[in-house]
Design a protein around this ligand. Structure first.
Ligand SMILES: Nc1nc2c(ncn2[C@@H]2O[C@H](COP(=O)(O)OP(=O)(O)OP(=O)(O)O)[C@@H](O)[C@H]2O)c(=O)[nH]1
Ligand SMILES: [Mg+2]
Length: 450
């Protein structure tokens, strides 16, 4: 797999992801015999890393793209001393300058073409040297100018060159309160491109991830580093090796996107832990954990905060009332890691409940379960549910609404026009994303708000 890190957010999240998987691969607390562990470690290194550097460090299969040096220099230098891995200097594609000014148009039409030759050369080099190539994973924020504009420009070029390879993207949505006044335009234009280019887009919302961090750590000064640890753990919980597939990216795409109109997913996790807090407790039965994940698919209701749900511990007693309303899914994948012994077996039947799915989803496509007995990051049990679910219409709808409010006042449009983004491009992007909101919302037409 080749990871492409775009802009500040993409490079910071990507760096934490690689640190997380490296820490996991070196973990001594595995819970499995050494042969099984060495198969896991081998598969993990093949996915994320290539040969050793001259000073004995694993080199990441990653390309770092930015329109300013600062962030890339920081993430590279943070690995200099005691880390077991590093980035290849040849894979840093960066131009001097002050970024893409939070402007999708500037990133897409000006900076993207400037970086394209070097970026595509680095991509070719990596793809050619991989024994078996799984596909691409792009990581970026939709709100700035580089991740969004340069990211979509380069992924479009890569898609043209590798039309049959799996492409997944991991897109971070901005805080709703907004640090950047053009963030909603940028997100609109980014999503409109990525929905066509990539096979699946995994969304992370900064507000929601922030809420998870605050709940976990109970400290008020949550920063990007904390957020990125949560995102890194969620991605690792899904993308580290599992039994039964050697290409997790294509498995995700095949299972999660049975219908071409539904290509977006989120990752829900039970039993998350941050390095800064020791709340983790693995003494829960698998059926409680699966039940807990199912509760994260409940339809929104006044007394139900799904972010809190994600940071609560599973309950070993299933409540007597179980007739909740659920948001409808197109498809889900359950990925479990850790031991399953005695009568504590993993039976994902709760997630096969027909109340969870739109009527038209064929039975075989509803839920897949993948397992890995090897512990993730030394934790007895972890579970992730990758959900392609109607809940997704809410954050996207909120962005479209705000973008539309700015657009009808023609605010900031001249900044985009000067780089070649026409009104028609905006209108097409609105039409595309409004249609996505509509089809996801229609999934839950039977949702009852209880
Ligand atoms: N989760 C998370 N979000 C981040 C991080 N860094 C920036 N963001 C978010 O990303 C958005 C801004 O995008 P950046 O990635 O900084 O922008 P860029 O792609 O570098 O583009 P320009 O700076 O405009 O060239 C804001 O919504 C921030 O909240 C990070 O490390 N983690
Ligand atoms: Mg930047």
């Amino acid at each position: 797999m080749l990871t492409l890190q775009f802009g500040q957010c993409g490079n910071q999240v990507g760096h934490t992801l690689f640190s997380t998987v490296a820490q996991d691969l070196y973990s001594a607390n595995t819970g499995v015999p050494s042969k099984r562990n060495s198969d896991y470690v081998q598969a993990g290194f093949d996915t994320w890393f290539k040969e050793l550097s001259k000073n004995g460090k694993h080199l990441a299969r990653a390309i770092l793209v930015d329109t300013e040096q600062k962030v890339v220099n920081t993430v590279c230098s943070s690995n200099e001393s005691n880390s077991m891995w590093n980035y290849s200097p040849a894979n840093i594609v960066c131009c001097a300058g002050g970024g893409s000014a939070n402007n999708w148009g500037y990133g897409h039409y000006i900076k993207g073409p400037q970086l394209s030759l070097a970026a595509l050369e680095a991509v070719r080099h990596e793809v050619e040297r991989a024994d078996t190539f799984q596909g691409f994973l792009a990581i970026l924020s939709s709100a700035g100018g580089t991740g969004s504009g340069v990211g979509s420009y380069l992924m479009e070029k890569i898609r043209d060159e590798y039309p049959t390879k799996t492409m997944a993207s991991s897109i971070v949505f901005p805080y709703g309160s907004g640090e950047v006044c053009t963030q909603n335009y940028n997100t609109l234009l980014t999503l409109a491109k990525f929905i066509d280019i990539t096979d699946v887009a995994i969304l992370f919302e900064n507000d929601q991830i922030h809420g998870i961090c605050e709940n976990l750590t109970k400290v008020p000064n949550t920063n990007f580093n904390d957020l990125n640890h949560v995102i890194g753990q969620k991605l690792a919980a899904v993308l580290q090796p599992v039994l039964g597939t050697t290409n997790i990216l294509s498995t995700l795409v095949h299972q999660l996107t049975p219908h071409p109109q539904y290509k977006i997913a989120t990752i829900k996790t039970s039993l998350l832990a941050l390095p800064s807090c020791q709340l983790y407790d693995g003494n829960y039965k698998w059926n409680s954990i699966v039940w807990h994940l199912k509760q994260m698919l409940r339809a929104p209701a006044l007394n139900l905060n799904l972010t809190d749900m994600e940071t609560k511990m599973p309950s070993n007693s299933i409540p007597s009332r179980t007739d909740f309303a659920y948001s409808k899914s197109v498809s889900n994948i359950l990925i479990t890691r850790g031991s399953s012994i005695g009568n504590d077996t993993i039976v994902p039947v709760e997630l096969n409940d027909e109340k969870l799915y739109a009527d038209w989803v064929p039975h075989v496509e509803k839920i897949a379960h993948l397992h890995q007995p090897r512990k993730l990051l030394g934790k007895d049990k972890t579970a992730a549910l990758v959900a392609n679910n109607s809940q997704l219409h809410r954050p996207i709808d909120a962005i479209v609404d705000k973008a539309w409010n700015t657009y009808i006042h023609s605010a900031f449009l001249h900044q985009y026009k000067q780089h070649g983004v026409e009104e028609d491009d905006f209108l097409q992007a609105f039409a595309k994303i409004e249609n996505i909101v509509k089809v996801y919302r229609e999934l839950c037409s039977e949702e009852i708000i209880s």
